[in-house]
Design a protein around this ligand. Structure first.
Ligand SMILES: [Zn+2]
Length: 79
């Protein structure tokens, strides 16, 4: 995972960009467009980066990750 992903995730948590909707459902503000938000669970995200991950890393066995998923992880750690 890249350092910039972690940096972005931290920023999202610190700027209150993460809101817990349900036990395993979070709404996370887009860092590029404040009017946009993504619904994220601990395993999946709606953003393009997450969807594209499997296109680019198909068959490598890597698990998709994005700043939103990482933000959920950080958020849970802090609670
Ligand atoms: Zn995402």
């Amino acid at each position: 995972m890249s350092a910039s992903t972690i940096r972005k995730a931290k920023k999202l948590v610190e700027s209150d960009g993460v809101e817990q909707i349900d036990v395993d459902l979070f709404q996370i503000k887009s860092s590029s467009d404040p009017n946009k938000s993504y619904f994220v669970t601990s395993e999946t995200c709606e953003c393009l980066g997450f969807k594209n991950f499997y296109k680019f890393h198909h068959g490598t066995g890597l698990k998709a990750n994005c700043s939103h998923l990482e933000a959920v992880r950080l958020y849970k750690k802090e609670k």
